[in-house]
Design a protein around this ligand. Structure first.
Ligand code: ZN
Length: 916
């Protein structure tokens, strides 16, 4: 699954009520895991979906293999009604029925059980249920959705989301990933609708119900229930075929189908590439189809709504993750489509063909897909520098989150559906991707690829655990690397090390390791007593170390730095040393000040002294080490001196993130003045080089979008003038003077920032006119850039008025306004004033509610505001799913206050000294 917007690490988010749980007289029913002696073989199910009443009815017969005596059959169900007495029989036709003692639901575990009067022995049994349910109003199970046609009318559709535990809302079944089975579907729908399911349609005939069609489909392969998918809609499709004649289709609403080409061509290219890479053909039958569907305009509030979901043969996407209009959307939107398509296709092998045995290994599914997505996009778009982009996009992102004491290991015990949902977070995705990438570098691509291919062949149509993969990779290693021994230290404990290189002496230096934590008051070697995770390795890692030295920069030296050992590396005197070559190791590196300074001077002399990913890593490490006092701000800020000569995306991405962090701490303070001057001085040569034109390579476009906004924000006049001029031209004639795609963000933002209410109202109207989802998002963001308090207050009011702003966008809009320093106090007041409504409406949704709290309460940097935040949450202790966010917000404010006390004066002095 690809998230919409990635949630930060969420451990401990779900505060569960402590009221006593009901208890069933049957021991097996009290266990949240199904009994191991009943294994589903296949299911035959029918569904009739009423698109007027927005309900469905169905029946399901399960064929079960019982391996030892049982007197109970337990199924998962949720939010549905069982309409007749279930039947249990020894034959498929349900003639030889068994006598039922009772049948009943058990809500705490989402169970419905059928208890028998007499126990039965090993053998094959059949259980039938009839059921009905409304289409879900939240975005899981089989849910209702709609879209608006160009003529303004509303069209209903139904779509599904089953991962992780909502297939049970559609069909009674044994809903655990290891219980793979084959499914045979019969689906009836009104005759003005189509019905897509995982497998190709075989027949479509008039149903007994007038005006309905009944469709049959090919039987599925053995698959996990969380991969079931349904779409009932009037969508259209475009199709291309792979070299092996596999059809690839993209479906969308009729009026957006012309935005599907980019995803379609990418789907074909990447599928062909993965077939080669994995050495395993696309797993569905050749005559099968592989459908991708874009869904849009959700009616409901997204709770756990994915960006896309890898259902086997029927991948569902958010519109912004599948559709791309080159005339309207920016390079970043295009990249998002390619990345999500590639991510979901990687799951066809890793996840769908071979599935994790239980959700505690979810990281393997998601980490693997999150890494492999780069390989796929790199093949489709070789000049996008995807293999470099992983460094800032995943490694540095994961470094930020995994440096909290409240992080969690990638492999984590989960049982309850709430706990399962929590592991779909950035640690599973971004850290997972990073450590797999590190492992690939350690093994070498050839061995890595061979090992992965062997693993997929060995476990196809089955389930596996993390250890199975490590074992298969160890067997494939021609370098004789014990993959298990290295990788266990990265998956079974949270956090990551900083490797410190000691002073060089006699051509050698000693390296040491210690866990990196953002809070310097915590002991990095032990878990706090309150922590729910205990490290089995005492926060030491087996680290694949790589390094180069100035005298021989083409020879990458490597070693595995084993935990609890002292390792020396070769380092000739008088040269610089750079460790973590290519930044593919998941660790930070600290050096003696003399080496940092040698690196900084080398860079100032020649901005191409190091590869761009390595520069990005140096900047990120230096700023984070300075933040916790492990190096100085002289060194951290020193790494930005060379930026006047830098024109590429990757180092600028990291540098702007690092400087943005400082900006966020001092934006209301006097030192912001010197910060602004220095930043602009470093940025100006780049702004003047790349100019205000939408030209150049993909990464140049990404770079321009990113830095032009910063330039305008720092008050650079040519930037502001261009933005205002283009905005006014667009306003006077939006058809003739459309803003070039990659300049939209900056032009809309600063057109609004320097504009008046008529400019704001114009852009708000345009929000409703455009049918491109990514542009709608760009506009919502731009509207928050107004510097006029009453306009921002009106926007806040509109955010909770569904006639003005859809309720799915409420928390997004409030977050945007709070990011504006004029809007921040307004947003914080607004949230406090409207707390009962916001709590009631969004308090059950972790993603959006956590975001709301962090963005409005958590951005402050003063004692006065900290007290306000504390007082408010003391008076309003019921924060639903936002408990972690409340703690994180207070921790962030305290960290900023401490940073200001410790570092502001030093930073201010350095900036003044280094500004001309
Ligand atoms: Zn995924």
């Amino acid at each position: 699954m690809a998230p919409t917007t990635m949630a930060p690490t969420t451990k401990g988010a779900t505060a569960k009520p402590t009221t006593a749980k009901p208890i069933s007289p049957y021991a097996a029913v009290n266990n949240i895991r199904l009994p191991k002696n009943v294994i589903p073989i296949q299911y035959w199910f029918t569904l009739e979906i009423d698109m007027t009443a927005l309900t469905f009815t169905g029946s399901n017969v399960a064929e079960l293999n019982v391996t030892s005596q049982t007197d109970i059959f337990i199924f998962h169900i949720k939010d549905m009604e069982i309409t007749t007495t279930p039947q249990v029989a020894t034959d498929q036709a349900l003639q030889n029925k068994l006598s039922i003692k009772e049948h009943k639901g058990f809500k705490p575990n989402d169970y419905y059980y059928v208890a028998l009067n007499n126990a039965v022995g090993a053998g094959t049994y059949y259980v039938r249920f009839d059921f009905k349910a409304p289409l879900s109003t939240v975005l899981n199970g089989l849910y209702k959705s709609s879209y608006t046609k160009p003529d303004g009318t509303n069209k209903w559709l139904a779509a599904s989301q089953c991962q992780p535990t909502d297939a049970r809302k559609i069909i009674p079944l044994l809903d655990e990933p290891e219980l793979k089975a084959m499914f045979t579907a019969t689906i009836s729908v009104p005759n003005n609708y189509g019905a897509l399911w995982n497998m190709p349609e075989l027949t479509s005939v008039a149903a007994t119900r007038p005006g309905y069609l009944t469709k049959t489909y090919q039987r599925s392969l053995r698959m996990s229930s969380y991969l079931l998918a349904f779409v009932i809609s009037d969508f259209e499709f475009r199709e291309l075929r792979t070299k092996t004649n596999l059809p690839v289709r993209v479906w969308s609403t009729p009026h957006t189908i012309n935005q599907s080409s980019f995803a379609l061509i990418g789907g074909v290219n990447i599928t062909e590439y993965f077939e080669d890479f994995f050495g395993v053909p696309y797993p569905l039958p050749k005559q099968g189809m592989q459908d991708s569907i874009s869904l849009t305009d959700y009616e409901s509030i997204p709770d756990f709504a994915a960006g896309a979901m890898e259902n086997w043969g029927l991948i569902l996407y958010r519109e912004t993750a599948l559709l791309y209009d080159p005339m309207v959307s920016a390079a970043g939107n295009q990249q998002r489509v390619a990345v999500v398509v590639s991510h979901e296709l990687a799951h066809m092998w890793f996840g769908n063909l071979v599935t994790m045995r239980w959700w505690d290994d979810l990281w393997l599914n998601e980490g693997f897909a999150s890494f492999t997505e780069y390989l796929g996009v790199n093949e489709y778009q070789p000049d996008w520098e995807m293999m470099s982009q992983i460094v800032p996009l995943d490694y540095q992102r994961a470094f930020g989150l995994d440096a909290f004491v409240t992080s969690h290991p990638v492999q984590v015990t989960v049982n309850h559906p709430d706990e399962i949902n929590e592991v779909f977070d950035a640690i599973s995705y971004s850290k997972g991707a990073s450590i797999i990438s590190m492992m690939r570098q350690m093994m070498g691509n050839e061995d890595y690829q061979k090992g992965i291919s062997n693993y997929l062949k060995k476990y196809e149509f089955k389930n596996a655990v993390t250890r199975d993969l490590w074992r298969t990779l160890t067997e494939a290693s021609t370098r004789n690397i014990n993959v298990t021994e290295v990788m266990d230290t990265w998956t079974l404990q949270m956090g990551y090390p900083v490797v410190t290189v000691g002073d060089v002496s006699g051509g050698k230096a000693t390296i040491t390791q210690r866990r990196f934590l953002l809070d310097p008051t915590q002991n990095p070697d032990v878990d706090p007593a309150s922590s729910k995770f205990k490290s089995p390795f005492g926060y030491k890692w087996n680290i694949p170390i790589t390094y180069i030295t100035a005298d021989d920069r083409n020879t990458v030296k490597s070693t595995i730095f084993k935990m609890n050992s002292n390792t020396q590396i070769t380092w000739p005197d008088g040269t610089w040393l750079k460790a973590n070559v290519g930044q593919l190791g998941f660790y930070r590196v600290n050096y003696p000040a003399s080496n940092w300074n040698a690196i900084i001077s080398a860079l100032v002399t020649n901005p191409n002294e190091f590869p761009k990913t390595d520069i990005s890593g140096l900047i990120d490490d230096a700023f984070n080490l300075a933040r916790v006092g492990q190096t100085t701000y002289d060194i951290a800020l020193g790494t930005t001196k060379y930026l006047t000569k830098e024109t590429t995306y990757i180092p600028w991405y990291t540098a702007t993130a690092a400087l943005g962090e400082i900006s966020s701490m001092i934006s209301y303070r006097e030192s912001y003045g010197s910060f602004q001057k220095y930043y602009l001085q470093q940025l100006k040569p780049l702004l003047d080089t790349i100019r205000f034109e939408d030209v150049g390579s993909h990464t140049q476009k990404l770079l321009r979008t990113r830095v032009m906004s910063i330039g305008c924000g720092l008050g650079y006049k040519p930037c502001l003038d261009n933005a205002t001029r283009m905005f006014q031209a667009f306003k006077s004639n939006s058809a003739a003077n459309a803003v070039p795609p990659n300049l939209k963000a900056v032009v809309y933002r600063y057109g609004i920032a320097s504009g008046d209410v008529s400019d704001w109202d114009f852009l708000y109207e345009y929000f409703y006119k455009t049918n491109v989802a990514s542009e709608k998002r760009t506009i919502l963001d731009a509207l928050s850039y107004s510097s006029t308090p009453w306009i921002l207050n009106r926007y806040l009011q509109w955010s909770i008025n569904p006639a003005k702003i859809r309720s799915q966008d409420t928390t997004i809009v409030i977050d945007y306004i709070s990011a504006n320093i004029v809007g921040r106090p307004l947003a914080w007041d607004f949230v406090r004033q409207n707390w009962p409504y916001l709590r009631k409406t969004y308090g059950g949704s972790f993603f959006s509610f956590g975001r709301l709290i962090r963005s409005t309460a958590g951005r402050w940097a003063s004692e006065f505001r900290l007290k306000q935040v504390q007082d408010f949450f003391k008076a309003n202790p019921d924060v639903g799913s936002g408990a972690t966010a409340v703690n994180q917000s207070q921790e962030s404010i305290r960290n900023r206050i401490k940073w200001i006390t410790d570092n502001e004066a030093t930073v201010d002095a350095w900036l003044k000294k280094n500004t001309n």
